[in-house]
Design a protein around this ligand. Structure first.
Ligand code: C2E
Ligand code: CA
Ligand code: CA
Length: 856
């Protein structure tokens, strides 16, 4: 169900403010309305009250005036003196109805009217002759009639009239004695009129009595200016006064402060609203920013996850106690272990290192920020319990200078390690029999011999099979192989674990016995071995018979050199064979003709250098993709005056044992560079360097000098070096190679796969290319061996490290095809071209400059 998102805070606050404003406005209106209402009510009440008081006061005045008049009119004397002709003496002079009525009682007019005739008149205390009607503006006749009508009831009448154009209260009463009077009498009797003019003084008095201010008389038609008033009869005047307005006073008293308070309140609210709006806008903005950064965060998380899943490595993270807090999904695909099982577990429970305690190593990463993360090779187990290897990289995570944990990657290198181990094993073992090979034998001897005089005596037995070649030639390689495997098994069975059994050549085996140098004991063993090997070997229901001859050399008698030891055993073996096979011989000095021969060769070598008897042959190396020549390798030959053309294997080891290798090496370099100058400019020349040259001369200086002397471009010179160079002096060799690289030459690792730890060297040393040893190529198309797998592993490794990979010793088309399908880069071998003399090569180069090389 879709849920609508709540409006943003600003909109909510706006709504709230609007509601608040409306409520506040309404509250103000209601308050003011109530206030005005109260004020109006108060004023109205006050007006009613004052009107009531004024009316009452007027009525009292009327009543008082009437009553007073009545006391004059209903009076026997008055009736006597005022009927008919008025006795003025009595009335005015004797002051019975005289001037005091004005001065004391305030009557402006006093009249006696008889039969429409005014018989007596006073105006403001003075006697006048004028008729009452001339002063009084009122229908007097009616008034008089009304007075007469009222007289019988002993009543009198009062009226508002105008006296001398000014409102006044007129009271009229019939004058009669204070006794019962008849209607007829009344009709005849005169009427007395008292006119009480509403002067300002009297009104003031009236007002005072009613508690009202501003009492005055005004014309009815006069414009109403807010005074309160009551009409004074039909006079056209009215009595007006100023009525107090308590309501208005209340308003005046309350309204300004109230408005003030409301204004202040309004302003405060305005300020608060603005503030709220502004902060809500800020909140909106930060909410928006938060949303944006959330989106960015999500995107980057996703990116991280995708990268983490895409790489072949898995990523891990721990807290500061090195307990796992994160493992990338890749971990699951490598180990098939669920991640949850490992979260919270210490890292060193998952991984361990054989050489360094993991947690101490991790602690060592603290404070190494900015440096390349360190690597450690670790072992772990997958869900099947199989050991796997990984390269662990780690970095301390520090926040604000404080350690919060560690993180890094683990690259599974199990395949690499296994390939390495396979290569290692192959390089030290004979693939056919599984016995140690020449390399391992050499190492074993070196190791035993470097212990010096306190090492146990060694006895080396060199065994050569008799009749083997015949079996091999007549029954085929398979039979030969079966024989060799059986021999290997029998040899292994007769020796102890501490002894070494090795296969040197086709049918040559070596036993190295440790701690035995008692001749009779050795004789017994030799006898047993010969008997054992003479036992028939069954192959396809066929009994094969071989024999064996043994040559024996011992460290005790022949010195401490491993090479020497084998050579001595070889001489003894030769002797044993010469003495009729199926027997054994110990080395003896007189057998040392071969050594003599070598001495002679050494001398010859020295002479040959002087006489220029050396020549270089060149063997091309081809790019596998288009079979174009990439380089030519210089291979040394000795044109011996008596023995003919000698291969390097016969004299280079000799030269290496003496200083001769140095001048010989220089000569090769010089000759190769000089020759290659005449080749097409894209062709490299490859020159082999012997490890002895590294030891005995300054190779860097030699190469630099020769490049300068011959003007040969350094980038066209490739030096082929075997890893034995690194064996002698690891640090020094690295320095030399870096210096060589600085000259601009290329470095090629020769005979790759035969040495100790080829992979390690590859990573550390600045090689441009590697040459897979021809031994692996020879077994390439053998379906039962694993040489093909090793070659593939090496090609992949080289590829991964950006190195050009060459296969040497390619002798057949099948090998070439196999290498082609395994995407090897370059090839060299008899199949494509044997090593050629200088002239032969130049011819080949001319012929193949445009056309790729074909059959060699
Ligand atoms: P290397 O450097 O491994 O040279 C390759 C050897 O394999 C050469 O033997 C070459 O003739 C041989 N070869 C080439 N293609 C094939 C093939 O298809 N099948 C077989 N079975 N062999 C093939 P060579 O010329 O007898 O040289 C032997 C070794 O002598 C060289 O092995 C190298 O280590 C050393 N060497 C040769 N010339 C010099 C040099 O000028 N200086 C030094 N220090 N050593 C040299
Ligand atoms: Ca070589
Ligand atoms: Ca080689």
């Amino acid at each position: 169900m879709a849920r609508t998102a709540p409006p943003p805070p600003r909109v909510q606050i706006r709504r709230l403010i609007a509601v608040f404003c409306v409520v506040f406005g309404l509250a103000c209106l209601v308050t003011l309305g109530a206030l005005f209402n109260i004020a109006a009510t108060l004023d109205q009440q006050e007006q009613q009250r004052s009107a009531f008081h004024v009316t009452q006061a007027l009525e009292q005045r009327l009543q008082a005036s009437s009553d007073y008049l009545y006391s004059y009119a209903v009076w026997d004397d008055a009736a006597a003196h005022l009927s008919g002709e008025v006795d003025r003496q009595w009335a005015y002079t004797e002051k019975n109805l005289g001037e005091s009525l004005y001065s004391v009682n305030g009557y402006e007019g006093v009249f006696v009217v008889n039969d429409q005739r005014t018989t007596y008149g006073l105006f403001k205390g003075a006697m006048i002759e004028a008729a009452a009607g001339s002063l009084i503006d009122a229908p007097l006749a009616q008034i008089i009639a009304a007075a007469r009508a009222a007289a019988s009831a002993r009543e009198h009448v009062s009226h508002f009239v105008l006296l001398n154009h000014w409102p006044a209260i007129l009271s009229a009463a019939v004058i009669h004695p204070d006794s019962q009077v008849t209607e007829a009498q009344v009709r005849q009797a005169p009427v007395m009129l008292f006119v009480d003019q509403l002067t300002e003084a009297k009104l003031a008095q009236l007002g005072q009595r009613a508690g009202l201010a501003g009492m005055h008389v005004e014309k009815t038609e006069e414009h109403d200016i807010g005074h309160q008033h009551v009409p004074l009869g039909d006079t056209g005047y009215r009595l007006a006064w100023i009525s107090p307005l308590p309501g208005r006073q209340l308003l005046w008293a309350v309204l300004p402060p109230l408005l003030g308070v409301l204004t202040v309140l309004g302003l405060v609210m305005l300020y608060l609203f603005r503030h709220a709006l502004r902060s809500s806008r800020a909140i909106d903005l930060s909410v928006e920013r938060l949303q944006q950064s959330n989106l960015a965060l999500e995107a980057s998380e996703q990116r991280f996850r995708e990268v983490a899943e895409a790489t072949s490595d898995w990523i891990w993270e721990t807290d500061r106690q090195q307990r796992l807090t994160y493992l990338s999904q890749r971990f699951v695909s490598v180990t098939a272990d669920p991640i949850e099982v490992w979260l919270g577990q210490p890292l060193n429970q998952l991984l361990s290192c054989e050489t360094t305690p993991l947690s101490a190593w991790l602690d060592g990463q603290v404070g190494s920020e900015g440096e390349q993360p360190a690597n450690l090779r670790c072992v772990y187990r997958d869900h099947k319990g199989m050991s796997r290897y990984c390269r662990l990289s780690a970095r301390a995570i520090e926040l604000g200078g404080e350690l919060v944990g560690f993180r890094g990657t683990a690259s599974d290198i199990t395949d690499e390690v296994e390939a390495h181990a396979r290569i290692q094993h192959l390089s030290l073992h004979d693939p056919l029999t599984g016995l140690a090979n020449r390399n391992k034998l050499a190492r074993h001897l070196e190791l035993a011999l470097t212990r010096g005089s306190d090492s146990p005596p060694l006895t080396l037995l060199l065994i050569d099979l008799d009749n083997f070649k015949a079996i091999n030639d007549s029954l085929g390689h398979a039979a030969g192989d079966a024989v060799l495997q059986e021999v290997a098994a029998r040899l292994r069975d007769t020796t102890r674990d501490v002894d070494l059994v090795a296969r040197l050549g086709a049918d040559e085996f070596v036993l190295v016995l440790q701690g035995i140098d008692n001749r009779s004991e050795i004789d017994r063993l030799c006898r047993r071995l010969i008997d054992l090997l003479q036992q028939p070997i069954w192959y396809e229901n066929q009994a094969l018979h071989i024999g064996a001859s043994l040559g024996i050399a011992q460290t005790r008698s022949e010195g401490l050199d491993a090479g020497e030891l084998i050579r001595c055993a070889d001489i003894a073996l030769y002797q044993a064979k010469a003495d009729g096979k199926g027997t054994w011989r110990y080395f003896a000095a007189h057998m040392n003709q071969q050594i003599q021969y070598r001495r002679k060769l050494e001398n010859d070598l020295r002479r040959a250098l002087k006489n220029n008897e050396f020549v270089l042959h060149y063997q091309p190396r081809y790019c596998l993709s288009d079979l174009r020549i990439a380089s030519c390798e210089a291979l040394l030959r000795w044109q011996h005056p008596h023995e003919g053309l000698l291969a390097p294997d016969t004299f280079i080891p000799l030269a290496e044992q003496s200083e001769l290798i140095v001048p010989l090496g220089r000569w090769v370099l010089h000759e190769a560079c000089r020759t290659a100058l005449g080749w097409p400019a894209h062709l490299l020349v490859s020159v082999n360097l012997s490890p002895a040259q590294f030891l005995r001369s300054d190779v860097v200086a030699d190469v630099r000098d020769i490049l300068l002397q011959t003007s040969f471009p350094a980038q066209r010179l490739e030096l082929e070096i075997t890893e034995n160079v690194m064996l002698n002096d690891i640090e020094g060799a690295l320095g030399t190679m870096l210096a060589l690289k600085e000259l601009g030459v290329r470095l090629n690792m020769d005979d790759f796969g035969t040495g100790y730890s080829s992979l390690g060297y590859l990573r550390t040393y600045p090689f441009d290319s590697i040459k897979i040893d021809k031994r692996f190529i020879a077994g390439l198309t053998n379906p039962s061996g694993n040489d093909r797998a090793v070659v593939q592993a090496i090609i992949n490794l080289g590829e991964a490290m950006g190195l050009t990979v060459t296969a040497e010793g390619v002798e057949t088309e099948q090998q070439l095809r196999a290498l082609q399908s395994d995407r090897c880069h370059e090839v060299q071998g008899f199949y494509l071209s044997r090593p050629l003399e200088k002239a032969g090569l130049e011819e080949l180069l001319q012929n193949t400059q445009a056309v790729p090389a074909g059959d060699g």
